[in-house]
Design a protein around this ligand. Structure first.
Ligand SMILES: [Zn+2]
Length: 648
């Protein structure tokens, strides 16, 4: 049996000091002064110049050198990219804060879950204690260098941004270091940065300077690496998710992109409608406040072209910035105007349209409005301009985190407590979801779903005893091994992935065509994964069991396998199970039943009993011994092993 328990604990169980003992590269020299390298000293040029892009080799070398030169930044390797690059996360703060990171994280975790860490599940942290923790703690402000590799500016900016937050001695930046930990992730898709930067630098000045990169900039999922944030299929997504929901619990998650609606120069919150009914309203108002505060800084600095309230909505959960909103964090993005890699582009005034177009509600583009109060009327746009805009935005975000750190920390608790109370009252969803794996079409899908919940920091219980709950038509009995997802702080995330969506009927004008949604409008994993989940509205006492564990202990081997074993065709886990090189096997699909084994099952004729038991234990599969080979014609063509490999 493999119990998919993550190395970091879920929920209220404190993981004090998980930083300590991690692969930590931290400097020990003092201050942020003269010995701290400038980006150009390490990279060879200052990113931001026209016609030049640094690849990840230079960016990571800079972060390593910076960490070694200062006691204001700690650099942690949080994982590895698909192609083997280190995924780094830098924590910038005052040296005294960096020395107490264990305590700082304990505070953010406790407030995020709104649990009493001593009493655990079922408890609610008292308000006075939450206020004391909010005073003691500091804000965690996440700012990343993006994941869409052709959107180059933020990735190029991250060394400069790190240098700024480490070395700047203005009262504002000192306050940031004293009252916040600024988490800078240099790049969430370093493979893509290498692909794009290397392509551009080998073509700049030539025929293909502005051509699209002729390969996906994420090896498996390309641009949809930002559509992976609840299925967590990619190693980069998994690594960042661990940091968000198991390690840091940031109050602010700022994700950078570079596709501003034209002719705007940077898009920022407030978001477009609709708003998911599952979000805590305080998330929405706090995002609005953040956006307005950012915009004000642009106006102070005289940077035109800030647009808001169009295109990007608060409905969808699957993006890097969306998932945090459903964890009561302020997850948001900016979309700064791009040029084309590092090649500048100039716009004449007559190239500026009158409006942002139908998808943006025809927001006027040449006259001021609340969503676009300082129109950008054309001119040249360089990589450097985009980076300057991003720097303004990042400073505004960090400043807000530092100034309002106590509010942000306490509000994380306030929202978590409110969501627990809403769950206890079965408001906007059931009291609990109960899932018996064996009741589902594919029991392994339940294990996979619970594993996703575990990675996303969701509290759940795997019952070790049978238990009854009150159903709409009398008591229901669930066996040991069933999962319970009870009321909790991150309930919006669970409800949003379980309940059917009713996307509002929004029209461009009365009787007109529908307004296109920003992205997917329905993504209920209960349906997409075929989960048999029961909504329970009457509160009940939690049965005995283990918290936060998704277990594959549902597999079994039935009968002898004189002619190998068969696996039911509904078992998706078979693909992953057979993808390991040492487990590649000849696989047939049965066109007709073989005894009790239904048609459509996979038949593995050369699988030994020991191997069958290992597959059952590791992947939760049920294998049935095949006593004699299927009659000729009953087994269809052998599946290509390569297909099995690619599907994993
Ligand atoms: Zn993007």
């Amino acid at each position: 049996m493999i119990t998919r328990r993550l190395s970091l604990t879920v929920g209220w169980r404190a993981a004090v000091g998980s930083w300590i003992g991690a692969a930590l590269i931290a400097g020990c020299s003092a201050g942020g002064g003269g010995d701290v390298p400038m980006p150009a000293e390490i990279i060879g040029f200052a990113p931001g110049e026209d016609y030049k892009l640094a690849n990840y080799g230079g960016i990571k070398a800079y972060f390593e050198a910076l960490a070694a030169s200062t006691d204001r930044m700690a650099l942690e390797r949080i994982g590895e990219s698909t192609r083997g690059e280190p995924l780094y996360l830098a924590a910038i703060s005052s040296p005294s804060n960096l020395r107490r990171l264990g305590r700082i994280k304990e505070i953010t975790r406790t407030l995020a879950y709104a649990r009493d860490p001593e009493a655990g599940y079922g408890s609610v942290l008292a308000e006075e204690e939450a206020r004391a923790l909010a005073r003691e703690g500091v804000a965690i402000v996440w700012i990343d260098g993006g994941l869409h590799a052709t959107e180059v500016a933020h990735g190029q900016l991250m060394p400069e941004m790190a240098h700024h937050f480490v070395t700047d001695e203005s009262p504002e930046t000192r306050r940031v270091r004293d009252n916040a930990v600024v988490l800078l992730m240099p790049n969430m898709n370093p493979d893509g940065l290498n692909i794009v930067a290397d392509w551009y630098m080998s073509n700049v000045g030539g025929e293909f300077e502005m051509a699209r990169v002729p390969e996906l900039y994420h090896h498996y999922v390309g641009h949809d690496n930002n559509r992976d944030w609840y299925m967590l299929t990619q190693v980069e997504t998994q690594a960042v998710t661990r940091q968000l929901y198991h390690n840091w619990f940031p109050q602010i998650v700022y994700n950078q992109h570079q596709s501003s609606p034209f002719p705007g120069r940077i898009w920022m919150p407030p978001f477009e409608n609709p708003v998911s009914p599952h979000l805590d309203p305080l998330v929405v108002s706090s995002l609005n406040q953040m956006g307005h505060s950012m915009r004000r800084r642009f106006d102070e600095e005289g940077k035109p072209g800030v647009n808001s309230g169009i295109v990007f909505d608060l409905w969808w959960n699957g993006s890097m910035r969306g998932g945090p909103d459903y964890h009561n964090m302020l997850g948001f993005l900016t979309e700064t105007a791009g040029a084309g890699y590092a090649t500048p582009r100039c716009y004449d005034e007559d190239e500026i349209p009158d409006t942002f177009g139908a998808r943006a509600g025809n927001l006027p583009a040449k006259t001021p409005s609340t969503n676009y109060n300082n129109p950008w009327l054309g001119g040249c746009w360089h990589l450097r301009d985009a980076m300057d805009y991003m720097m303004t935005a990042a400073k505004a975000v960090a400043d807000m985190g530092a100034k309002l750190k106590e509010e942000y920390l306490f509000n994380h608790y306030r929202m978590g407590r409110r969501q627990i109370e809403r769950g206890n009252a079965a408001e906007g969803g059931p009291f609990a979801y109960v899932l018996d794996p064996r009741a589902s079409h594919d029991p392994g899908a339940v294990v996979e779903f619970m594993d996703l919940m575990s990675q996303s920091g969701i509290e759940f219980l795997r019952a070790s005893e049978p238990f009854p709950v009150a159903g709409p038509e009398g008591d229901l009995a669930f066996p040991a091994g069933s999962y319970v997802i009870p009321p909790q702080a991150f309930r919006p995330y669970v409800v949003d992935l379980m309940e059917p969506k009713e996307y509002p009927d929004r029209r461009q004008y009365p009787g007109g065509p529908p307004e296109p949604p920003y992205d997917m409008t329905g993504y209920e994993l209960r349906f997409q994964m075929g989960l048999e989940a029961v909504n329970v509205y009457e509160p009940f006492d939690m049965p005995a069991g283990e918290w936060g564990e998704a277990s594959t202990d549902i597999g079994e081997v039935r009968g002898e396998g004189a002619a190998g074993f068969a696996v039911h065709g509904n078992a998706n886990a078979i693909y992953r199970a057979l993808s390991a090189p040492d487990r590649l096997r000849t696989v047939h699909t049965l066109a007709t039943p073989n005894g009790d084994i239904p048609a459509g099952s996979y038949w593995l004729p050369d699988l030994s009993a020991d191997e069958a038991r290992a597959l059952a234990a590791d992947h939760g599969l049920t294998l049935t011994g095949v006593s004699s080979p299927p009659a000729p014609g009953a087994a269809v063509e052998e599946l290509e092993k390569a297909v099995i490999e690619d599907t994993a």
